[in-house]
Design a protein around this ligand. Structure first.
Ligand code: GUN
Ligand code: ZN
Length: 437
């Protein structure tokens, strides 16, 4: 048996909060504890209560006074792009053509993918992220490297081979048939193996012909329990190019709609310039719009309009993500810091209570994984992040004036980064190399 107690200030959400003062939406225990049995949370309560029920001699990880929260979830990023973060470009298309499509060619080489997969998962853990939905490259080798390393670490990951058969360098193109065959092979090999899940991944309408989108539809029909991930309505020049390539459709979303790619397991990165009709169809089909604030600001793509998408009668499901390497920071704390600013610029509000809900249970719900991750509820997987709100000298000073949990969370979001991640547990196993506590 591999059992332990994790002690500290426990914070976990029960449902989406409706304001900064919605204390009913979460559980917070000042001297709290989790009992972990074989990687699953089997008890949650005060340390005294939890300890009293256990007679065996047991390892206690005492993190007081730090915060214990569910591991963060990043719902959209690119595994092969960690070495092009911060590449200077005027906009999305220039960035893709100048850096991204060059970088991704390196992943044909299995050794490169294997080396980078180690760096990638080390990085995620360093930043407190325990689950991610990632694009690999068009090379099946990159997907092999991704899942092999994730499986070895027992991390819950979603990944997929990018499909592109037009408008990219020839070395990065597959064909509708090879994209289908490779995807099928990888689904059969990896989907449902341990904690690995497959995402069918046509990159976006710019780089897929109608035939490839049709093949994607066939894959979705044949594997309805896989995810689908792609990009939608990120940048104005992209929209114009899509209109030129697909002139007969009502709008950008209408293309994916035509190929039946919308649905409750479909993740659409960006969704910045959607019309009312597109928002309505996204909502109707329960599709997920993924807000990637650091990327949207860095590439000058635009401001994600949360109000338009989710604060209305028929809301669209929304998730948040880093979009590394268009995004500039692997931290989900920094991501919410920038999300807050994007909404500020539009006169919209996002409270820290809502932010912490979003990067844990909110993103788990967007992936329909709320029964497994994003929560510290009993029977959940023990993927846990330990947060230090006093990780830097300035945070220490700032924390002296903080009077409430919501204020503390806001400091973590605004001033925190990987330095605030004291430890990370993957299925109950301490996994961060340099622990601060
Ligand atoms: N659209 C198509 N591919 C990409 C990508 O790699 N990053 C971003 N941000 N947008 C895209
Ligand atoms: Zn992306």
């Amino acid at each position: 048996m591999n059992n332990s107690i994790i002690r500290g200030r426990v914070l976990t959400f029960k449902r989406m909060p409706n304001s900064n003062f919605d204390t009913e939406s979460y559980t917070y225990i000042e001297d709290g504890a989790l009992f972990i049995e074989n990687g699953i949370i089997s008890k949650l309560g005060s340390f005294k209560e939890v300890k009293a029920t256990i007679s065996e001699k047991i390892t206690i990880y005492d993190h007081r006074p730090l915060l214990i929260v569910p591991g963060f979830i990043d719902t959209h990023l690119h595994f092969p792009q960690i070495q092009i973060i911060g590449s200077y470009a005027a906009n999305l298309l220039e960035w893709l053509n100048t850096y991204t499509y060059i970088e991704e060619q390196k992943y044909k080489e299995p050794l490169h993918g294997e080396f980078m997969a180690k760096e990638f998962f080390n990085t995620l853990i360093n930043y407190g992220t325990t689950t991610a939905a990632a694009f690999c490259t068009i090379h099946p080798e990159s997907v092999e490297a991704f899942f092999t390393e994730s499986h070895r670490r027992n991390m819950l990951m979603i990944g997929g081979k990018v499909m592109m058969d037009q408008n990219a360098p020839i070395k990065l193109l597959d064909t509708p048939k090879s994209g289908y065959d490779d995807t099928k092979m990888l689904i059969n090999k990896w989907h449902g193996v341990g904690r690995q899940y497959y995402a069918i991944s046509p990159r976006f309408a710019v780089t897929s012909t109608p035939l490839q989108l049709e093949m994607s539809q066939t894959l979705v029909n044949e594997h309805p329990d896989c995810y689908l991930q792609t990009h939608l309505s990120e940048n104005k020049d992209e929209l114009a190019l899509v209109k030129k390539l697909y002139p007969d459709y009502k709008d950008y979303t209408g293309i994916y709609e035509h190929y039946n790619l919308l649905g409750s397991r479909s993740l659409f990165g960006h969704c910045i310039h959607l019309s009312n009709r597109e928002v309505a169809v996204m909502s109707e089909t329960k599709s997920v719009a993924v807000f990637c604030p650091t990327s949207n600001l860095f590439l000058g793509s635009g401001l994600f309009d949360l109000q338009h998408l989710s604060k209305q009668k028929h809301p669209v499901r929304v998730a948040t993500a880093t979009d590394i390497g268009g995004g500039t920071n692997c931290s989900m704390l920094k991501t919410m810091d920038e999300a807050y600013k994007v909404l500020q610029l539009q006169g919209q509000r996002l409270s820290p209570i809502e932010s912490f809900y979003q990067i844990t249970l909110g993103n788990a719900c967007a992936l329909s994984l709320e029964n497994k991750i994003g929560t510290l509820a009993i029977e959940s997987d023990a993927d846990i992040t330990i947060l230090n709100s006093r990780a830097t000298p300035l945070m220490k000073i700032r924390m002296q004036t903080v009077k409430s949990l919501a204020e503390e969370l806001f400091i973590l979001q605004t001033m925190g980064d990987d330095r605030s991640i004291a430890q990370v547990y993957i299925k109950g196993k301490p996994s961060k190399k340099t622990s601060l506590a």
